[in-house]
Design a protein around this ligand. Structure first.
Ligand SMILES: Cc1cc2nc3c(=O)[nH]c(=O)nc-3n(C[C@H](O)[C@H](O)[C@H](O)COP(=O)(O)OP(=O)(O)OC[C@H]3O[C@@H](n4cnc5c(N)ncnc54)[C@H](O)[C@@H]3O)c2cc1C
Length: 411
């Protein structure tokens, strides 16, 4: 394969990109695949919630990117800056152009830290933290351990975000620590959520509300974090009432866990691949681009209305691999993605409310109720998250082993 052309070119070697490459190789071992990504490290981001609670060591969530690229796949160490779908090519940040027969777009989403005034300057100090960054999740745990009394705030930006449950997972695990060591009566906890509900799928809300009550958490809906001053330990929120009127609300804190606003990466938003909102515009069943039929997308970057999670990418990657193989073979027996995503809500150390659902909020539990009843806190789901899922990620999903996610062609 010349370095300038790939039969299948994959942009982004994250959870989705590597999984598609591996799943494609399982189907077509001689296919010439190239993966473009300049990042030196690959992260198991679902582990960061556990790092923020002192359960996982940060290093267990990181691996050298080069060690994960499937053998036989060309690794192009660069970032894509531009797409030219009419010419079947992409441009890289080092000026090179790479052409392709088929393209998979998987660069994840952009954490827009700059979208909150004053946030970037104060992250990692003054009690301001976020589990959304590898280097900051340990600081969350440090703050939680140190806080004896005062005000602890947790924020959630407007949807869509990756792992919609992660902002409240940080809350529950922090509060659980204070609850167990008797400090909680001296700590005021508040959850400032830009949205209007605690969790998007209503079946899980009653179990979550029990923990909101246990931790005596104040819920502040329709409050969007817009500014923060670390030195003054003050945050400002834009509050929207039911009539759409807006006002600014000020809150002081001793510690604040921020989930940043999120959007499609700039090079996607400004490309011909973007649909409404800037995300890659795909058919939600086939994950094929709506306009360019030799392009597919997987993971957080595309606009299918699923929960943006690694669990979703785990289900999507085999679908995309199957559909590309079908396209190469010239048959139409394509597979459909059902919108599956999963959010293990760590409500306390040792228990999880395992949300698993597809398009339209349809519950899609993996296990029978006697093993894990998703709508109730469960010890088995904690064991799954802590001891089993990391192995499923590193040794299953990223290696193209489609345990329980093998696609069934729809027609
Ligand atoms: C705190 C936190 C908790 C989470 N908890 C869970 C959970 O419990 N369960 C769950 O299933 N999911 C969880 N997630 C979400 C999950 O990690 C993501 O949904 C998943 O990683 C998305 O995969 P992806 O391949 O789309 O993007 P990513 O895994 O983010 O990978 C994107 C890759 O694209 C590369 N890239 C970016 N720009 C370019 C470019 N221009 N050119 C080439 N490459 C580029 C990046 O370097 C990166 O390697 C959590 C995430 C966070 C942050």
């Amino acid at each position: 394969m010349s370095s300038e052309h790939a039969e299948v070119l994959i942009v982004g070697a994250g959870a989705g990109g590597i999984s598609v490459a591996s799943s494609l190789l399982k189907r077509k071992p001689s296919l010439k695949i190239a993966l473009i990504d300049k990042a030196e490290s690959h992260y198991y981001q679902p582990g960061w919630t556990m790092v923020g609670a002192g359960v996982f060591k940060p290093e267990s969530t990181r691996r050298d990117m080069s060690s994960l690229i499937p053998s036989g796949v060309q690794h192009i160490k660069a970032f894509v800056t531009e797409f030219e779908p009419d010419k079947n090519s992409v441009t890289l940040d080092d000026g090179r152009t790479i052409s392709y027969d088929r393209l998979v777009v998987a660069p994840g989403l952009k954490l827009n830290w700059a979208g909150v005034e004053g946030l970037e300057e104060t992250l990692g100090k003054n009690g301001v933290t976020s589990n959304y960054r590898f280097d900051l999740a340990p600081y969350t745990w440090e703050l939680v351990q140190k806080l004896e009394s005062g005000k602890a705030l947790f924020t959630q930006p407007p949807m869509p975000i990756k792992c919609a449950g992660a902002p409240q997972k940080a809350l529950y695990l922090s509060a659980d620590h204070w609850y167990r060591n008797g400090r909680i009566k001296n700590i005021d906890i508040a959850f400032y959520n830009a949205g209007a509900v605690l969790f998007g799928v209503k079946d899980y809300v009653p179990a979550l509300m029990e923990y909101i009550e246990r931790y005596e958490t104040e819920l502040k809906f329709q409050h969007n974090l817009v500014r923060i001053d670390g030195d003054k330990k003050t945050a400002w929120f834009e509050k929207t009432d039911d009539e759409g009127n807006k006002e600014t609300v000020e809150a002081e804190f001793d510690m604040i866990h921020v989930c940043p606003p999120q959007q499609a990466p700039d090079f996607i938003r400004n490309s011909p691949l973007a649909g409404e909102g800037g995300w890659v515009d795909v058919d939600q069943n086939s994950l094929q681009h709506k306009k360019f039929d030799n392009i597919w997308s997987v993971g957080d970057v595309m606009n299918a209305p699923n929960a943006k999670t690694a669990a979703a990418a785990r289900k999507q990657a085999p679908v995309v691999a199957h559909n590309i193989a079908a396209d190469i073979d010239g048959h139409s027996r394509i597979a459909h993605y059902d919108g599956y995503g999963s959010c293990p809500l760590t409500v306390e150390r040792g228990k999880i409310v395992l949300a698993e659902f597809g398009y339209g909020g349809k519950l899609l539990p993996t296990f029978p109720e006697w093993v894990i009843k998703g709508t109730r806190p469960s010890k088995a789901a904690w064991v799954l998250k802590k001891d089993i899922l990391p192995g499923v990620y590193w040794n299953g999903m990223l290696k193209g082993r489609e345990w329980m996610v093998r696609p069934i062609p729809a027609n």
